[in-house]
Design a protein around this ligand. Structure first.
Ligand code: SAH
Length: 234
């Protein structure tokens, strides 16, 4: 069975969006994964299909109603669906490559996209939504986050990446940021490619890449370097 992504959203037209192009798009056409959307508006209340209301306790903004959102989620993911249900949320667990890899091993995902000030807390509890964040900043809605998450997950699905190797030697896969890349021309605006890369000595190339990866990680992301040191000690 292909990996099945279902997105619960007020903006179904945003999908597949960028995921309809390039690797993910071709994989979608081939049927390596499937994507469907559930339009929250269709489950709204009354003639105007209202989906939101003012926050209990007062304050600015609107909140997605528990009854409306749960109906949409239940339509996308009926009882017995064994896929994890995620909620895009700035309060969520940070999206990292290990989490992406774990999610890519699931039969699929149900991804709920918040809007306005967010969603009624009771739906998070009642539908066991796992909150996932794409970073410490606020988006206007969960859709852009869902596209980021799916992009990262889909490229790990079997058959999606042509070159299997390029899925494994990337930033983060070994806990380090990636070494620099070079290609033609050999000299560009007076800048040459480092000699070691054209030396033909594969051992030296590997050592240089490892050193550069460590240098760049130390300089830019001391937090990753510290985690790596902890993991290899323990
Ligand atoms: N009032 C909320 C922000 C709501 S933003 C707060 O301060 O926490 C509206 C919606 O955008 C959210 O419900 C969520 O689905 C999505 N969103 C915003 N920032 C996000 C992030 N960093 N990661 C994932 N989803 C995010």
């Amino acid at each position: 069975m292909p990996f099945r992504a279902s997105v619960v959203t007020l903006y179904p037209d945003m999908f597949p969006g960028p995921l309809g192009h390039s690797l993910a798009g071709r994989a979608l056409e081939r049927g390596d994964w499937t994507l469907d959307t559930t339009h929250i508006r269709l489950f709204g209340e009354g003639r105007h299909r209202t989906v939101d209301d003012t926050p209990a306790g007062g304050s600015a903004g609107m909140v997605l109603r528990a009854d409306v959102l749960s109906r949409a989620i239940d339509a996308a993911s009926p009882p017995g669906d064994d896929r994890p249900r995620l909620l895009m949320s700035p309060r969520g667990e940070p999206l990292t490559q290990p989490l992406v890899r774990a999610l890519s091993a699931e039969p699929g995902l149900v991804i709920v996209c918040g809007r306005f000030e967010g969603v009624d807390e009771r739906v998070i509890e009642g539908r066991a939504l796992r909150e996932v964040s794409v970073g410490d900043y606020i988006l206007s809605g969960g859709e852009a986050g869902a596209l980021v998450l799916l992009d990262a997950v889909v490229r790990l699905l079997p058959g999606v990446m042509g070159n299997a190797q390029s899925g494994t030697c990337e930033s983060f896969e070994d806990g380090l940021l990636e070494h620099p890349h070079y290609t033609r021309p050999p000299v560009w605006e007076g800048r040459a490619i480092p000699d070691v890369l054209t030396s033909g000595d594969h051992g030296a190339v590997d050592r240089w890449r490892r050193q550069e990866a460590e240098r760049i990680t130390r300089e830019r992301r001391p937090d990753l370097m510290a985690r790596l040191a902890r993991d290899t000690d323990g």
